[in-house]
Design a protein around this ligand. Structure first.
Ligand SMILES: NC(=O)c1ccc[n+]([C@@H]2O[C@H](COP(=O)([O-])OP(=O)(O)OC[C@H]3O[C@@H](n4cnc5c(N)ncnc54)[C@H](O)[C@@H]3O)[C@@H](O)[C@H]2O)c1
Length: 264
């Protein structure tokens, strides 16, 4: 997909990986809907982007992605404001092993709901114009994470769901490509949650083990995740892809055996 003139909807856009993705998409000429729960960070993010790109290029919508009504309204506002939707990035996520149900709600249920809502608008079999959906998972979606079992489960869920819907979109000729990106540790405010009992709960005592893992694996710059996103959008051959991003190997892909391959 050629990005110039496209409309992208990014959740969790106010900071971290979402913000880096938004900046890269703006540089490529897309218009952006910035969706985030955090009103102050969202408004600050839009204000600073306005200085560089002009206020007409972005729309900030405060929205809790776990609230079905708010999420539906955000898609509706996107169509009212920009007239179309071409790209959806379900990026909002949390690390909370104490309130673990919330982790499943934000990281998995909202990604599923967002994907279905995005497909309703973009599926050419539904009157849409086609498009691309990227669901942000994690390397923890592919390996065990001893101190973050529910975060790990939520991200495994994102990968399984996304690969399945990508297969369906291909079989049904939806005109929509759906992929996941799975970063290792990334330098964002989310990493601070590892040091907080209110986030880690019973696993708080292992915080130093996670910090040791960060030291040995290294921590990525969010701009590399944004680059991976652009690759997944621009290259029309990707559907059902599981992009991995690590400090040791950079951007690469999970290889599945023939028996596990979906029709792509
Ligand atoms: N930082 C990492 O090491 C890392 C690694 C792999 C994957 N990820 C994933 O990348 C994504 C982005 O993470 P990040 O590191 O940028 O985190 P972050 O905490 O820096 O940013 C997340 C953003 O999502 C927003 N958000 C949280 N809950 C929300 C909700 N209910 N509704 C709307 N917005 C909400 C927050 O306000 C925040 O702006 C997440 O899905 C995360 O799991 C992060």
């Amino acid at each position: 997909m050629y990005l110039n003139g496209k409309v992208a909807f990014v959740t969790g856009a106010a900071q971290g990986i979402g913000r880096a993705m938004v900046e890269e998409l703006l540089h490529k000429g897309a218009a952006l809907v910035l969706v985030d729960l955090n009103l102050i960070a969202g408004e600050q993010c839009k204000a600073s982007l306005d200085e560089e790109f002009g206020s007409h290029r972005t729309l900030f919508i405060q929205c809790d992605v776990t609230d079905e009504k708010q999420l539906k309204a955000a898609f509706q506002k996107t169509i009212e404001h920009f007239g179309k939707l071409d790209i959806l990035v379900n990026n909002a996520g949390v690390n909370n092993e104490k309130d673990w149900e919330k982790t499943i709600e934000v990281n998995l249920i909202s990604v599923i709901r967002g994907t279905y809502l995005g497909l309703e608008l973009m599926n050419i079999k539904n009157g849409g114009r086609g498009g691309v959906i990227i669901n942000v998972a994690s390397l923890a979606g592919l390996t065990p994470a001893a101190y973050q079992p529910v975060y790990c489960a939520s991200k495994h869920g994102v990968i399984g769901f996304t690969r399945s819907i990508a297969a369906l979109a291909s079989i049904g000729n939806y005109g929509v490509r759906i992929n996941t990106v799975c970063p290792a540790f990334v330098d964002t405010p989310l990493l601070e949650s590892i040091e907080k009992e209110e986030n880690m709960g019973q696993f708080y005592k292992y915080k130093d083990n996670i910090k040791d893992m960060m030291k040995s694996f290294g921590v990525l710059n969010p701009s590399l995740i944004a680059k991976g996103l652009i690759d997944l959008i621009e290259d029309d051959s990707f559907n059902g892809a599981v992009m991995k991003i690590t400090t040791s190997r950079g951007i690469h892909f999970e290889e599945y055996g023939a028996h596990q391959k979906t029709k792509i």
